[in-house]
Design a protein around this ligand. Sequence first.
Ligand SMILES: Cc1ncc(COP(=O)(O)O)c(C=O)c1O
Length: 385
Amino acid sequence: MQISRRNFFRSTLSASAAAGIAVSGLPFSEEAFGEPRRWFLDPALNAFQATDAKGIIWLNSNENSYGPWPSMMPVMREALNYGHRYPRTEYQQLIATIANLHRVKDSQVSLGCGSSEILRVCAEIFTGPGKTLVQASPTFESLGQYSKTRGATVRSVALNSKYEHDLQNMLPQGGEKVGLVYICNPNNPTASISPRKDLEAYIKQLPEDTFVLIDEAYHHFAKSPDYVSFLDQPVNDPRIIVARTFSKVYGLAGMRLGYAVAVEETARKLRAYASFDNVNMVSARVGDAALHDDAGLAAAIKRTADDRDAFLAEVKKRNIACIPTQANFAMIETGKPIRRSIDYFKTKNIIIGRPFPPLTTHARITIGKPEEMKAFWTAWDERKA
Ligand SMILES: Cc1ncc(COP(=O)(O)O)c(C=O)c1O
């Protein structure tokens, strides 16, 4: 029987897995290998995973619960007419708009199929066997997973008592060769920020060949004067890559669109490792339209700020400990093992955030629409001790 390349790979992989043999020099464990897709979804939630499942309240992925902005729907509908074409000028147009927004050259922009692709590409380029990724704990896990899959060491450094990055302990230690540092700011899952001045001082202390990925997925929600974006006020440093996403304030998580800005040489590398045509026709057009809709952006930011204030008022009423939030979600103390809370809310058709060890009793709650939050608080108040 002839074996295609793909089938050969599959059978080799599964035979190796069954025998517990290292694949490509990697220790074969689920953790090292990573799960291929949505690895963070809890298998226990299977019945709930259909996006259009009726009556489910999704407070688990920090999406924009209101959906795409009104200006976006006609653009997406129109773009579907060209679904049979590869994105051509649309791709370049989006790059030009992003470059214009951030006052950089087109050649400094790299698009991603979500900012997830930017993270994956960075793991690909800057980590690998013999190299270390340094990140916070807890933080958004996917870059760590990609780096482990790549065969790198991942060193996770606990956030400090203010839930900021503990930068002193994130400097290279001993003979460690740190290829990449991940700074998620505001940080997911804690919704906390690390002050700009501290980050700048830290980056200056890093070796010349250590790159820094600053993930600003939640940029638009940060209000603290200590938070300053590395895109709004760039430092001219060739080691810095800033990632942004359309999945949060823009309400386009399902469209899978993100980007990175870096110096030309680094951006060129990112593009070289990304998939061809990684942004589809509809995403390219709607992303471009979103960046031209200043009123839509202002409205979305205000709505989230109002919803967050309302959430925090409920938190205060109940005397719940909450990590101060600079994002569209919050980490609250449940006083119970997080698994129990996840299971409990599931019985009420409410899906809350996954566990984020080492925070074993905190729940990450995405702040949804008022009616969704009303259901959340009703369920919270009905909890048994
Ligand atoms: C901090 C952070 N970075 C990146 C991502 C990935 O976002 P996307 O691939 O949808 O752009 C997420 C998703 O929740 C996130 O929280």
